[in-house]
Write a protein that binds this ligand. Structure first.
Ligand code: NAP
Length: 331
């Protein structure tokens, strides 16, 4: 028996593994019984013309271009830097005025569950650095019994770069666990228990006080390469770093130099210029780098699908497109 739908199909456009895409399709079609969500490859030419909405997960810009009537797209990811960059490159390469640009609104995933997952990861890896786990791991390899001095969390200052959906909750979680927490953002912000900083001078002041610096900034023209030799020089000697934002925010050659000079003592990295991290990359064998395979805050299909489906239902009911990312700003 075939079901007839009033609204045009919703395209699911992604470069994620097939099994994951199928999972998304099942949950979205269950949550949106009045719509038909279809994998891009299964759409007919006519359906591609009809699609006004796509749900995307790392989409191929060439496929989005084949949906000429898109009004907006909903990403299943919180970070859409790669998509924004790829679409802008794809648009710049097209000279044909008959081919529409891909300037439609991009709505990113804002999921409180994801923020909790990230805050948990931030706390876990801050504790890893705070309680000297890399050093004890190295001591074990050398069968060395050495008790390092204990430092209370309240004596440890943690600086969080980015106080958005993920950074704010992470900063609060760190404070709740006894750390002295500082935060940096583009605009001035106020939190009950977190001293905040903004703009250029604010960054220098925050770095100078932090024992551990955590990056939760989006990748934009302003944040690319932000953490470089000049910034490391403003940090406390022996600072530890956690990068859970995006790889290119931290200059990788400068990081290796700063680790070699003892300016940075350890770095926990979850995000990289190139992912997966190439097997011959010097990070893999570096004693003072802990590598995570981009797992600090994976999207939970179960919670994210409800948020995506709610936004889509609201759109069909009211015509309102949820707040989109600012393509000029990049986040
Ligand atoms: P968000 O809500 O958009 O917040 C971004 C924060 O960064 C805001 O506080 C913003 O300041 C600040 N910011 C942006 N540009 C800045 C600049 N030039 N100078 C100072 N502050 C700046 O983003 P989010 O949801 O928290 O996510 C942050 C990033 O986490 C994502 O973009 C993504 O790259 C990354 N992420 C990583 C994973 C993972 O598994 N590793 C998972 C999800 C997301 P204002 O508040 O003043 O605007």
């Amino acid at each position: 028996m075939s079901i007839l739908f009033d609204s045009p199909p919703i395209a699911f456009v992604s470069r994620i593994p097939d099994t994951e895409a199928q999972q998304w399709l099942i949950v979205l079609n269950t949550l949106l019984p009045d719509n038909e969500v279809c994998l891009f490859d299964s759409l007919t030419t006519r359906q591609k013309q009809q699609c006004s909405l796509a749900v995307v997960a790392n989409p191929d810009p060439a496929e989005l271009r084949q949906l000429p009537n898109l009004q907006w797209v909903h990403s299943t990811w919180a970070g859409v830097e790669r998509m924004v960059a790829e679409l802008s490159v794809a648009d710049s390469l097209v000279n044909d005025p008959l081919i529409k640009s891909t300037a439609f609104p991009i709505v990113r995933l804002i999921d409180p569950t994801l923020a909790h997952t990230m805050a948990e990861a931030v706390l876990a890896w801050t504790l890893y650095l705070h309680r000297d786990m890399p050093a004890y791991r190295a001591q074990q390899s050398a069968a060395q019994w050495l008790q390092r001095p204990y430092i209370a969390a309240s004596e440890r200052t943690v600086g969080v770069l980015g106080l958005g959906k993920l950074g704010a909750l992470s900063a609060e979680r760190l404070h709740a666990n006894g750390f002295n927490v500082l935060g940096w953002s583009r605009h001035d912000k106020s939190f009950e228990n977190i001293q905040t900083f903004a703009a250029e001078e604010g960054l220098s002041a925050m770095l100078a006080q932090s024992d551990i610096v955590i990056n939760l900034l989006p990748l934009t023209d302003q944040t690319r390469g932000l953490l470089s030799t000049a910034r490391f020089a403003q940090c406390k000697q022996g600072v530890s770093l956690i990068n859970f934002g995006r790889g290119p925010t931290m200059n990788q050659a400068d990081l290796i130099t700063a680790l070699g000079a003892g300016i940075v003592s350890h770095a926990v990295l979850d995000v990289f210029y190139e992912e997966p991290l190439p097997v011959n990359h010097p990070y893999w064998s570096h004693a003072d780098i802990t590598i995570l395979p981009h797992i600090s805050a994976p999207t939970s299909i179960s919670s994210a699908s409800k948020i995506v489906a709610n936004n889509i239902r609201e759109y069909y009911k009211t015509g309102r497109i949820p707040e989109a990312v600012d393509r000029q700003l990049g986040y």
